[in-house]
Design a protein around this ligand. Sequence first.
Ligand SMILES: NC(=O)c1ccc[n+]([C@@H]2O[C@H](COP(=O)([O-])OP(=O)(O)OC[C@H]3O[C@@H](n4cnc5c(N)ncnc54)[C@H](OP(=O)(O)O)[C@@H]3O)[C@@H](O)[C@H]2O)c1
Length: 243
Amino acid sequence: MDNRLQGKTVIITGAAGGIGEVLSEKLAECGMNIVLTGRRKEALEAVAEKVEQMGGRACVCAGDLSDMNFLEELLERTQAAFGGVDVLINNAGLSHRCPVEEMTPELFESIMKVNVQAPYFLCQKAVPYLRKSNFATIINIGSVVSHKGYPLQSVYAASKHALLGFSKSLANEVFKENIRVHVISPGSVFTDMIASVRPDLSPEGMILPEDMAEIVIFYLEHRHTNAVIDEIEVHRVTKEPFA
Ligand SMILES: NC(=O)c1ccc[n+]([C@@H]2O[C@H](COP(=O)([O-])OP(=O)(O)OC[C@H]3O[C@@H](n4cnc5c(N)ncnc54)[C@H](OP(=O)(O)O)[C@@H]3O)[C@@H](O)[C@H]2O)c1
């Protein structure tokens, strides 16, 4: 089978660690041009080096996703580096564990900016570029909390519910232009984030970042088919199914 991913350009937010880092490496193995973004420039450069060592092409664009000017810059730099955008993966996210009564307006705003405002406006700014691609795909990384309301995760849950609602609406706005919008909603993934949000959980049986990358690759390898899966909900192997 042809490698349909070869030479396509993907922007990955939150690429310096966790799911985004593994995603960057695995999509580079598929021959994609990788635009890595996040705040930690050195960590992004280390990932870019790994991508380049495996023969891939990477462009580091460090910045803060809560800065609206940076979102525009990210698209412009991607265009300059690789001549277009085929795939946008909104993976960056912030979580916080505390009772509702302890949440501050400042923390609320910072989480909403990264988890909702940034994907919203990155999608808005990416659409004109995606219209020029025959592979146009947006993948938003949601969470099990896009559907559920666990205690002590109120702002995180509110933000992921909002991201899902936005994704549904956007998907309906752009599907006739051959732009696909998907959501992946995982339970606990073995990264630094889960250790801070669910310190009670054992790492055993958690979803691995590599598993997340396989799901993304599945979406992209099936980009040409007439069968479209809007959202994939994923739970860890140690959690009861259909819960
Ligand atoms: N781990 C889980 O159990 C789990 C479960 C369900 C869903 N998810 C979702 O999966 C995605 C990836 O999470 P992860 O587990 O890989 O967490 P992670 O390791 O903490 O990665 C999150 C990334 O977001 C980036 N980020 C945060 N604030 C940013 C900002 N203001 N500007 C730019 N980048 C920013 C961070 O990069 P910098 O520090 O370099 O800025 C970091 O690389 C998130 O959307 C998360 O909600 C995770």
